[in-house]
Design a protein. Structure first.
Length: 301
Protein backbone atom coordinates (compact mmCIF):
# COMPACT_ATOMS: atom_id res chain seq x y z
CA UNK A 1 0.00 0.00 0.00
CA UNK A 2 1.44 3.35 -1.03
CA UNK A 3 2.08 6.09 1.54
CA UNK A 4 -0.61 8.38 0.14
CA UNK A 5 -3.18 5.60 0.15
CA UNK A 6 -2.19 4.64 3.68
CA UNK A 7 -2.66 8.23 4.87
CA UNK A 8 -6.07 8.40 3.19
CA UNK A 9 -7.16 5.17 4.88
CA UNK A 10 -5.84 6.39 8.23
CA UNK A 11 -7.68 9.71 7.89
CA UNK A 12 -10.96 8.16 6.73
CA UNK A 13 -10.85 5.51 9.47
CA UNK A 14 -10.20 8.25 12.01
CA UNK A 15 -13.27 10.17 10.81
CA UNK A 16 -15.52 7.10 11.11
CA UNK A 17 -14.12 6.29 14.53
CA UNK A 18 -14.59 9.95 15.54
CA UNK A 19 -18.26 9.75 14.53
CA UNK A 20 -18.65 6.59 16.59
CA UNK A 21 -16.92 8.25 19.55
CA UNK A 22 -19.20 11.29 19.25
CA UNK A 23 -22.34 9.13 19.39
CA UNK A 24 -21.15 6.75 22.11
CA UNK A 25 -19.76 9.44 24.42
CA UNK A 26 -22.80 11.62 23.76
CA UNK A 27 -25.00 8.76 25.00
CA UNK A 28 -22.73 8.35 28.04
CA UNK A 29 -23.04 12.08 28.75
CA UNK A 30 -26.84 11.78 28.78
CA UNK A 31 -26.62 8.96 31.30
CA UNK A 32 -24.22 10.95 33.49
CA UNK A 33 -26.62 13.93 33.47
CA UNK A 34 -29.33 11.65 34.85
CA UNK A 35 -27.14 9.72 37.29
CA UNK A 36 -25.38 12.78 38.71
CA UNK A 37 -28.46 15.05 38.49
CA UNK A 38 -26.60 17.73 36.55
CA UNK A 39 -28.74 20.87 36.51
CA UNK A 40 -29.93 22.40 33.26
CA UNK A 41 -29.78 25.87 34.83
CA UNK A 42 -28.26 28.29 32.30
CA UNK A 43 -27.55 25.37 29.97
CA UNK A 44 -25.22 23.55 32.35
CA UNK A 45 -26.24 20.02 31.36
CA UNK A 46 -26.17 20.90 27.64
CA UNK A 47 -22.63 22.32 27.86
CA UNK A 48 -21.55 19.21 29.74
CA UNK A 49 -22.97 16.88 27.07
CA UNK A 50 -21.50 18.91 24.17
CA UNK A 51 -18.01 19.12 25.64
CA UNK A 52 -17.96 15.44 26.56
CA UNK A 53 -19.20 14.40 23.11
CA UNK A 54 -16.54 16.57 21.41
CA UNK A 55 -13.91 14.95 23.59
CA UNK A 56 -15.23 11.56 22.53
CA UNK A 57 -15.00 12.56 18.86
CA UNK A 58 -11.38 13.67 19.25
CA UNK A 59 -10.45 10.51 21.12
CA UNK A 60 -12.27 8.44 18.51
CA UNK A 61 -10.33 10.07 15.68
CA UNK A 62 -7.02 9.36 17.43
CA UNK A 63 -8.01 5.75 18.12
CA UNK A 64 -9.16 5.23 14.54
CA UNK A 65 -6.00 6.72 13.07
CA UNK A 66 -3.71 4.67 15.30
CA UNK A 67 -5.60 1.44 14.65
CA UNK A 68 -5.66 2.02 10.87
CA UNK A 69 -1.92 2.80 10.85
CA UNK A 70 -1.01 -0.30 12.85
CA UNK A 71 -3.23 -2.62 10.84
CA UNK A 72 -2.18 -1.07 7.55
CA UNK A 73 1.46 -1.53 8.44
CA UNK A 74 0.97 -5.22 9.17
CA UNK A 75 0.96 -7.86 6.40
CA UNK A 76 -2.55 -8.47 5.05
CA UNK A 77 -3.94 -5.36 6.74
CA UNK A 78 -7.09 -3.89 5.21
CA UNK A 79 -9.31 -0.86 5.74
CA UNK A 80 -12.11 -3.02 7.17
CA UNK A 81 -9.84 -4.65 9.73
CA UNK A 82 -8.52 -1.30 10.87
CA UNK A 83 -12.01 0.16 11.19
CA UNK A 84 -13.27 -2.90 13.07
CA UNK A 85 -10.38 -2.67 15.53
CA UNK A 86 -11.02 1.05 16.06
CA UNK A 87 -14.75 0.55 16.71
CA UNK A 88 -14.01 -2.33 19.08
CA UNK A 89 -11.62 -0.12 21.07
CA UNK A 90 -14.21 2.68 21.09
CA UNK A 91 -16.93 0.37 22.41
CA UNK A 92 -14.62 -1.17 25.03
CA UNK A 93 -13.50 2.20 26.37
CA UNK A 94 -17.05 3.60 26.51
CA UNK A 95 -18.29 0.44 28.21
CA UNK A 96 -15.53 0.75 30.81
CA UNK A 97 -16.25 4.45 31.36
CA UNK A 98 -19.98 3.73 31.66
CA UNK A 99 -19.39 1.12 34.33
CA UNK A 100 -17.10 3.38 36.33
CA UNK A 101 -19.48 6.35 36.06
CA UNK A 102 -22.47 4.27 37.13
CA UNK A 103 -20.58 2.81 40.08
CA UNK A 104 -19.47 6.23 41.28
CA UNK A 105 -22.96 7.78 41.06
CA UNK A 106 -25.24 8.08 44.09
CA UNK A 107 -28.29 5.99 43.25
CA UNK A 108 -31.50 6.04 45.35
CA UNK A 109 -32.30 2.75 47.12
CA UNK A 110 -34.72 0.48 45.27
CA UNK A 111 -38.32 0.92 46.29
CA UNK A 112 -40.51 -1.95 47.33
CA UNK A 113 -43.14 -3.02 44.88
CA UNK A 114 -46.56 -1.66 45.67
CA UNK A 115 -49.86 -2.21 43.98
CA UNK A 116 -51.03 1.30 44.96
CA UNK A 117 -50.10 4.10 42.55
CA UNK A 118 -47.51 6.56 43.88
CA UNK A 119 -48.15 10.25 44.46
CA UNK A 120 -51.84 9.81 43.80
CA UNK A 121 -53.79 12.82 45.10
CA UNK A 122 -56.57 12.06 47.58
CA UNK A 123 -60.02 11.62 46.17
CA UNK A 124 -62.88 13.94 46.99
CA UNK A 125 -64.31 11.32 49.33
CA UNK A 126 -60.97 11.05 51.17
CA UNK A 127 -60.71 14.82 51.52
CA UNK A 128 -64.27 14.99 52.83
CA UNK A 129 -63.55 12.21 55.32
CA UNK A 130 -60.40 13.97 56.55
CA UNK A 131 -62.29 17.26 56.89
CA UNK A 132 -65.05 15.46 58.80
CA UNK A 133 -62.51 14.04 61.25
CA UNK A 134 -60.90 17.44 61.80
CA UNK A 135 -64.27 19.09 62.41
CA UNK A 136 -65.32 16.35 64.81
CA UNK A 137 -62.11 16.69 66.83
CA UNK A 138 -62.32 20.49 66.91
CA UNK A 139 -65.96 20.46 68.00
CA UNK A 140 -65.34 17.81 70.66
CA UNK A 141 -62.51 19.93 72.08
CA UNK A 142 -64.71 23.05 72.27
CA UNK A 143 -65.95 23.69 75.82
CA UNK A 144 -69.65 24.33 76.31
CA UNK A 145 -69.00 27.82 77.69
CA UNK A 146 -66.78 28.86 74.77
CA UNK A 147 -67.62 32.34 73.38
CA UNK A 148 -70.12 32.57 70.56
CA UNK A 149 -67.48 33.42 67.96
CA UNK A 150 -65.81 30.05 68.59
CA UNK A 151 -69.01 28.28 67.47
CA UNK A 152 -69.60 30.31 64.31
CA UNK A 153 -67.08 28.44 62.09
CA UNK A 154 -69.18 25.28 62.57
CA UNK A 155 -72.22 26.98 61.02
CA UNK A 156 -70.63 27.66 57.63
CA UNK A 157 -71.91 26.02 54.48
CA UNK A 158 -68.86 23.79 54.01
CA UNK A 159 -69.61 22.02 57.31
CA UNK A 160 -71.76 18.89 57.18
CA UNK A 161 -75.44 19.69 57.66
CA UNK A 162 -75.84 17.31 60.61
CA UNK A 163 -73.03 19.05 62.47
CA UNK A 164 -74.36 22.51 61.55
CA UNK A 165 -77.76 21.56 62.95
CA UNK A 166 -76.17 20.36 66.17
CA UNK A 167 -74.21 23.59 66.58
CA UNK A 168 -77.25 25.74 65.79
CA UNK A 169 -79.23 24.00 68.51
CA UNK A 170 -76.43 24.63 71.00
CA UNK A 171 -76.24 28.30 70.01
CA UNK A 172 -80.00 28.74 70.33
CA UNK A 173 -79.85 27.34 73.88
CA UNK A 174 -77.23 29.84 75.07
CA UNK A 175 -78.73 31.89 77.93
CA UNK A 176 -77.15 35.21 76.87
CA UNK A 177 -77.47 34.78 73.12
CA UNK A 178 -79.03 38.21 72.50
CA UNK A 179 -76.29 40.03 74.41
CA UNK A 180 -73.56 38.01 72.70
CA UNK A 181 -75.02 38.75 69.28
CA UNK A 182 -75.20 42.46 70.04
CA UNK A 183 -71.57 42.49 71.16
CA UNK A 184 -70.41 40.78 67.98
CA UNK A 185 -72.60 42.89 65.70
CA UNK A 186 -71.24 46.11 67.17
CA UNK A 187 -67.64 44.88 67.44
CA UNK A 188 -64.75 46.09 65.32
CA UNK A 189 -64.36 42.80 63.42
CA UNK A 190 -66.64 43.32 60.42
CA UNK A 191 -66.29 39.75 59.14
CA UNK A 192 -67.28 38.32 62.52
CA UNK A 193 -70.16 40.79 62.82
CA UNK A 194 -71.48 39.84 59.37
CA UNK A 195 -71.18 36.13 60.10
CA UNK A 196 -73.09 36.46 63.36
CA UNK A 197 -75.86 38.50 61.72
CA UNK A 198 -76.21 36.11 58.78
CA UNK A 199 -76.81 33.27 61.19
CA UNK A 200 -80.39 34.49 61.67
CA UNK A 201 -81.21 32.95 58.29
CA UNK A 202 -80.07 29.57 59.61
CA UNK A 203 -82.01 29.85 62.87
CA UNK A 204 -85.48 31.28 62.15
CA UNK A 205 -86.91 29.86 65.37
CA UNK A 206 -84.44 31.90 67.39
CA UNK A 207 -84.82 35.05 65.28
CA UNK A 208 -86.11 37.08 68.22
CA UNK A 209 -82.64 36.98 69.77
CA UNK A 210 -81.35 38.98 66.80
CA UNK A 211 -83.83 41.84 67.05
CA UNK A 212 -81.86 43.90 69.54
CA UNK A 213 -78.59 43.32 67.68
CA UNK A 214 -80.10 44.29 64.32
CA UNK A 215 -81.78 47.39 65.74
CA UNK A 216 -78.49 48.50 67.29
CA UNK A 217 -76.48 47.68 64.17
CA UNK A 218 -78.43 50.03 61.91
CA UNK A 219 -77.40 53.29 63.64
CA UNK A 220 -73.92 51.90 64.24
CA UNK A 221 -73.55 51.12 60.54
CA UNK A 222 -74.68 54.65 59.64
CA UNK A 223 -72.12 56.13 62.03
CA UNK A 224 -69.36 53.97 60.55
CA UNK A 225 -70.37 55.00 57.05
CA UNK A 226 -70.25 58.70 58.00
CA UNK A 227 -66.70 58.19 59.22
CA UNK A 228 -65.79 56.16 56.14
CA UNK A 229 -66.91 58.63 53.51
CA UNK A 230 -64.76 61.26 55.20
CA UNK A 231 -61.64 59.19 54.41
CA UNK A 232 -59.96 60.55 51.29
CA UNK A 233 -58.66 58.39 48.47
CA UNK A 234 -55.17 59.67 49.23
CA UNK A 235 -55.39 58.41 52.81
CA UNK A 236 -56.81 55.02 51.77
CA UNK A 237 -56.11 54.37 48.06
CA UNK A 238 -57.26 50.76 48.39
CA UNK A 239 -60.65 51.81 49.78
CA UNK A 240 -60.38 49.34 52.64
CA UNK A 241 -62.92 51.36 54.60
CA UNK A 242 -65.49 50.74 51.87
CA UNK A 243 -64.84 46.99 51.84
CA UNK A 244 -65.19 46.80 55.63
CA UNK A 245 -68.50 48.68 55.63
CA UNK A 246 -69.82 46.63 52.71
CA UNK A 247 -69.11 43.40 54.60
CA UNK A 248 -70.93 44.63 57.69
CA UNK A 249 -73.82 46.02 55.60
CA UNK A 250 -74.31 42.68 53.84
CA UNK A 251 -74.72 40.77 57.10
CA UNK A 252 -76.95 43.41 58.65
CA UNK A 253 -79.22 43.62 55.60
CA UNK A 254 -79.74 39.87 55.43
CA UNK A 255 -80.75 39.74 59.09
CA UNK A 256 -82.89 42.89 58.81
CA UNK A 257 -84.88 41.52 55.86
CA UNK A 258 -85.60 38.27 57.70
CA UNK A 259 -86.76 40.13 60.79
CA UNK A 260 -88.87 42.49 58.67
CA UNK A 261 -90.62 39.51 57.13
CA UNK A 262 -91.06 37.67 60.44
CA UNK A 263 -91.85 40.55 62.84
CA UNK A 264 -92.57 43.50 60.57
CA UNK A 265 -89.51 45.43 61.74
CA UNK A 266 -89.10 48.46 59.46
CA UNK A 267 -85.57 49.47 58.44
CA UNK A 268 -86.50 51.66 55.47
CA UNK A 269 -85.27 54.82 57.23
CA UNK A 270 -81.87 53.29 57.84
CA UNK A 271 -81.70 52.10 54.23
CA UNK A 272 -82.47 55.56 52.88
CA UNK A 273 -79.83 57.14 55.08
CA UNK A 274 -77.26 54.57 54.04
CA UNK A 275 -78.16 55.13 50.40
CA UNK A 276 -77.75 58.89 50.64
CA UNK A 277 -74.43 58.62 52.46
CA UNK A 278 -73.03 56.10 50.00
CA UNK A 279 -73.94 58.36 47.08
CA UNK A 280 -71.60 60.99 48.48
CA UNK A 281 -68.65 58.85 47.34
CA UNK A 282 -69.16 58.35 43.59
CA UNK A 283 -65.46 57.47 43.33
CA UNK A 284 -66.07 54.21 45.24
CA UNK A 285 -67.48 51.35 43.18
CA UNK A 286 -68.35 49.45 46.36
CA UNK A 287 -70.33 52.37 47.73
CA UNK A 288 -72.33 52.78 44.53
CA UNK A 289 -72.92 49.13 43.62
CA UNK A 290 -72.93 47.28 46.95
CA UNK A 291 -74.57 49.84 49.23
CA UNK A 292 -76.34 52.68 47.41
CA UNK A 293 -77.92 50.47 44.73
CA UNK A 294 -78.88 47.67 47.15
CA UNK A 295 -80.22 50.07 49.81
CA UNK A 296 -82.29 51.83 47.14
CA UNK A 297 -83.79 48.55 45.95
CA UNK A 298 -84.76 47.16 49.37
CA UNK A 299 -85.75 50.57 50.71
CA UNK A 300 -88.57 50.72 48.17
CA UNK A 301 -90.07 47.39 49.23
Amino acid sequence: MSASRTLAVVFFTGLLSAAAGLVLVGWLAGQCIRWYRISSFEGGSAYFAIMLALGGAIAGFVIGAVCAWRVGSAPGGTFVRGLALALAVDLALVALATGLAYAAADHPPPRAESSAPENQPPTEAQRAEARERREARALAALPADAPLEAWLPFTRVEVAEARRAEVRSRIAARPDLAAELRALALGDDEALAAEALRLVAEMPDAAAAWRDAVRATGPDLIARLRQGIAVSAADDPSYLWAAAISTRFSGWLQAALILRKRFGDDVSAELRTLRDLARQRPDSYVMQRDIARVAEFYGRQ
